[in-house]
Write a protein that binds this ligand. Structure first.
Ligand code: DGI
Ligand code: FE
Ligand code: FE
Ligand code: FE
Length: 185
């Protein structure tokens, strides 16, 4: 069965060194959060290890997946390609390594945008990606403080920060990000 080490070894050749190091930090952060908020630590470490698997896949390859796999929402193509690697990566991993834990697939799928009705595992992976110690965007320390005590309050602030950041940059916001945010308010 898939182990943390096995999952990390699987993604390593597909990532730049800095991205692999980020992934290891997300695993450690996710385990810490899972422990704190009573989420399955094994699912958290596997989802975290695999979450950015498709980060450097060619855009054309990801686009082909979105166009041909009916499980992927077509509207992804109307939004920034940065949003594609989560949902496409989760399906690639289903095909390539038989990843079949629906909860882990969901956490990988939603790690960038969030979504409506996030599970605690979805929240742990989303938050771990946002607050891992290598991150230094504005407001991240406030999210880290909230993450000491409240998974929901920390996720709500991370989503708020992301939405405000995107709006200030004049960029689009994927609807699932609003759906996730609204759920917490
Ligand atoms: O893959 P990572 O860099 O570890 O992190 P990520 O998967 O959370 O991707 C973060 C990027 O995605 C960041 O540049 C902000 C952007 N992003 C997140 N949510 C949205 C978004 N971009 C758009 N356009 N819309 C969103 O809803
Ligand atoms: Fe990512
Ligand atoms: Fe993220
Ligand atoms: Fe990441």
């Amino acid at each position: 069965n898939l182990t943390r080490e096995g999952a990390l070894a699987y993604v390593k050749p597909h990532l730049k060194t800095s991205r692999y190091e980020h992934t290891v930090r997300v695993v450690n952060q996710a385990v810490e959060l899972a422990d704190r908020f009573e989420v399955d630590v094994y699912q958290a470490e596997i989802a975290a290890a695999l979450h950015d698997y498709a980060k450097y896949k060619p855009l054309e390859e990801m686009k082909r997946w979105i166009l041909t796999d009916r499980r992927l929402p077509k509207d992804l193509l109307d939004y920034h390609h940065e949003l594609w690697h989560g949902p496409v990566g989760a399906l690639m991993l289903e095909m390539e390594i038989g990843l079949n834990d629906a909860a882990v697939v969901s956490a990988i799928t939603s790690h960038t945008t969030g979504k409506k009705h996030m599970s605690k595992l979805d929240k742990v992976v989303f938050l771990a990606d946002y607050i891992e110690p290598g991150r230094d965007f504005p407001g991240v320390d406030d999210v880290r403080s909230l993450a000491e005590t409240s998974l929901d309050e920390a996720c709500a602030l991370a989503l708020k920060n992301t939405i405000v950041f995107l709006v200030e940059k004049g960029r689009t916001v994927y609807p699932d990000t609003f759906h996730a945010y609204n759920d917490f308010i």
